[in-house]
Ligand binder design. Structure first.
Ligand code: AHG
Ligand code: MN
Ligand code: MN
Ligand code: MN
Length: 338
């Protein structure tokens, strides 16, 4: 195996990008740097999971009524600590916290960004050695610097994201993020403990042949989704159908695969949950930002995810994301069978 020469680390990349913007003051760079640190701490725990006491239930439930796993809490705590240490974050909204966390010290009050996160995505896969992730999103606060942040800082449309991304703890660990100027992916080299640029300027295929949806919920799906699944399964040589079904059950892992290979991820509204399951602020918006930046789409079936005005921190939305042609095809079915 040949070693790659001229490896660019995440930190070198961040510094280089910052230098390209003469007015950049380094605050976002410092935040990204600290996200990298927290990711490495979570990665270390995930890697040793069976050997240290991080598996299993924590014993509490979060605000959405889900049983919290020890690793949900571990990741939540370490990302909060890292963001506090960056000194650039005024407040955090997390899946595992009912209310926003405000950093009300001098540094926090004067910081200009707020941070949304799903600290550990794919909780059901933690104990069984299947890929899990972290999802994050950064906004400029709309409240005044020097004052305490408010909920309005978080209830901004996804189009206002300054940066967004995810970490996937998979067969290798990757950090994928965008600051609105394309998408770049970094693979953690465990021998040097650095994220190294491995996937520069990721573009997702315009079309794909993978569909990802929890078909166990089929009976509760909208008619258009049922018909789209049937369409994926039919034989047609012109469109290379039938397509392949792939579903891990970790949004990050399912999305990441489809991003690189081409495909669609769907978590629709169902007759049981009229808004689906996934959360707008810290799951759908950051993933939608990456999807669009890579040339794909993300909608709730009719509307662009990034244009939805959030009403609450833990709001859920139906989610359709991936290759442009596949998302458009699904919307045709939804429209027709509405
Ligand atoms: P989380 O573990 O952060 O609560 O998220 C779980 C989400 C997401 O990762 C995944 O796409 C989805 O739940 C899977 O849900 P189902 O088990 O209903 O398919
Ligand atoms: Mn959860
Ligand atoms: Mn999640
Ligand atoms: Mn989670």
């Amino acid at each position: 195996m040949t070693e790659q020469n001229n490896v660019q680390t995440l930190n070198q990349f961040i510094i280089q990008r910052q230098a390209e913007y003469p007015n950049a003051s380094g605050e976002l760079s410092r935040m990204l740097h600290h996200i990298g640190i927290a990711s490495k701490i979570v990665n270390r725990a995930v890697n040793k999971a069976g050997l240290v006491d991080v598996l299993g239930a924590h014993g509490d439930q979060n605000v959405q009524g889900e049983d919290q796993q020890k690793l949900d809490i571990f990741a939540d705590t370490h990302f909060i600590d890292a963001l506090r240490a960056s000194g650039e974050c005024a407040a955090i909204a997390s899946e595992e916290q009912e209310d926003m966390i405000i950093f009300d010290d001098e540094m926090g009050r004067n910081a200009k960004y707020v941070f949304c996160m799903d600290p550990l995505d794919g909780s059901s896969n933690i104990d069984v050695n299947v890929s899990i992730g972290t999802i994050f999103s950064i906004y400029h606060r709309v409240s005044k610097k020097g004052e305490l942040p408010t909920k309005e800082d978080f209830l901004q449309e996804g189009t206002k994201q300054v940066a967004a991304g995810y970490v996937i703890y998979g067969s290798s660990t990757m950090l994928v993020y965008s600051t609105g100027n394309g998408v770049n992916g970094f693979t953690l080299d465990p021998s040097i403990g650095e994220f190294c640029l491995s996937h520069p300027n990721i573009k997702t295929p315009k079309n794909g042949n993978i569909y990802s949806i929890n078909e166990g919920n089929y009976i509760n799906f909208p008619e258009g989704v049922k018909k789209f699944i049937k369409y994926c399964q039919e034989k047609d040589s012109k469109t290379s159908r039938p397509y392949t079904s792939r579903y891990i059950g970790s949004l990050v892992a399912d999305f990441h695969r489809n991003l690189l290979k081409g495909g669609i991820f769907i978590y629709p509204n169902t007759s049981k949950n009229s808004n689906g399951k996934l959360r707008l602020l810290y799951e759908c918006n950051p993933v939608a930002f990456i999807a669009e930046q890579a040339g794909g789409l993300a909608t709730d079936g009719t509307q662009r995810i990034l244009e939805i005005k959030p009403e609450s921190l833990h709001q859920r939305v139906p989610f359709y994301t991936g290759s442009t042609k596949m998302v458009e095809k699904t919307e045709e079915f939804l429209h027709f069978f509405n």
